[in-house]
Design a binder for this molecule. Structure first.
Ligand SMILES: C[S@@+](CC[C@H](N)C(=O)[O-])C[C@H]1O[C@@H](n2cnc3c(N)ncnc32)[C@H](O)[C@@H]1O
Length: 352
């Protein structure tokens, strides 16, 4: 082995950064859960003050703050020993409804990592791990990770970019939000278009239960309904608009979903398909964003698709051309296929 010292040090620098980030993920989620960031955004503080304001233990808070400062997540003033958040740090760390919300992303990551033993096992067997089999933090983290982007862009930019859709929804069109998870996108659209009706669906019963709660809390009772159904079986068409947000690549049978969606649209209907931005070649995606998505995809998206019938597993960085490739890695074991079929035969549409 001819180890080049400079290249080794470069690699070790990367490794130390990653190790710090890995442990910092837990610290970000703790800071979010306990309101430490929000309290710091209100007013700079020394550790004792911050602990007092948040009802937490000063020694823990002191250590947490030091790690946060070392990672560039908070500011430290050695002159008086106070910690604070810059406007930019506060923007990304304290507002779940803002355009970027970092704690939600870390919550999703930590939740996904809890499945590590199962994922390692799935590498050996080739079997899948269904979305519904993950820790609850994955579902909540996913909602908090994606909702800020939907809040910032969905109503203001994405829907207006579609031919004639805003006019139809303004006049009372019908929308199906497929693979809706906790219904963040469904609620945003329903809130913006009071004359339209919305049906959210997802194969995961617990997510649908949460989506109903979110819609109820937003005062959308009656105009928004949800059903437990797969993208290949959802009901209630014809729809003027079908939306799929970050879910087609999680499916074993995206082609079946596409056919079913097509069948639920009239000739002038629209399917808005939102997927993570990615290039078509692997090289195009070898960057920090690609790393984030490929890494999430290994734990969440590929195992989800492999747990379902269909034979596809596009992954979260599929790129537009990938729709033409059939990425069959292993046949889905019959037991899993039956379990999925059973799960998606859920109750019919239920009003919120
Ligand atoms: C990454 S989450 C996105 C959830 C939601 N659309 C959002 O943007 O917050 C993927 C969702 O797809 C759902 N899903 C996966 N396979 C599905 C299928 N075959 N039919 C319907 N939903 C599916 C999962 O249950 C999960 O809620």
């Amino acid at each position: 082995m001819a180890v080049d010292q400079d290249r080794l040090m470069d690699f070790l620098g990367r490794f130390v950064g990653d190790l710090g980030a890995t442990m910092a993920a837990g610290n970000v989620v703790v800071g979010d859960r306990l309101g430490l960031y929000r309290a710091l955004a209100d007013k700079p503080a020394q550790p004792d003050e911050l602990a007092e304001r948040t009802g937490t233990n000063p020694r823990y808070v002191e250590e947490w703050l030091r790690g946060q400062a070392a990672g560039g997540y908070v500011q430290y003033d050695p002159a008086d020993g106070t910690y604070s958040l810059s406007d930019e740090q506060a923007f990304a760390l304290t507002n779940p409804d803002g355009a970027v919300y970092a704690p939600g992303a870390f919550q999703l990551a930590l939740g996904a990592l809890r499945a590590e033993p199962r994922i390692a096992d799935a590498f050996r067997t080739g079997s899948g791990v269904g979305w519904h089999e993950h820790d609850t933090e994955v579902f909540v983290g996913c909602e908090r990770f994606f909702r800020p982007g939907y809040t910032a862009h969905l109503v203001a930019e994405w829907l207006p970019a579609l031919d004639g859709v805003v006019a139809k929804l303004g006049d009372g069109g019908r929308v199906a939000d497929v693979g809706c998870g906790h219904g963040a996108s469904t609620v945003l659209m329903a809130d913006a278009f009071p004359n339209a009706t919305f049906v959210g669906s997802d194969y995961h019963g617990e997510s649908v239960r949460q989506a109903r709660q979110r819609a109820g809390a937003a005062g959308l009772d009656g105009r928004v309904t949800f059903e437990v159904a797969s993208a290949q079986t959802f009901t209630g068409g014809p729809y003027d608009l079908v939306t799929t947000f970050d879910c087609i690549h999680d499916m074993g049978d995206p082609l079946g979903a596409a056919r079913h969606i097509r069948g639920s649209l009239p000739a002038d209907g629209t399917w808005m398909l939102v997927e993570p931005y990615a290039g078509d070649s692997i090289d195009d995606n070898l960057n920090p964003v690609g790393r984030v998505y490929y890494s999430f995809s290994t734990f969440l998206c590929v195992p989800s698709a492999l747990s379902q019938p269909g034979g596809y597993s596009l992954g979260a960085q599929a790129g537009e051309a990938a729709g033409g490739h059939r990425r069959r890695l292993h046949p889905v074991p019959p037991g899993r296929r039956d379990a999925f079929q059973h799960r998606v035969r859920g109750p019919p549409v239920t009003t919120v």
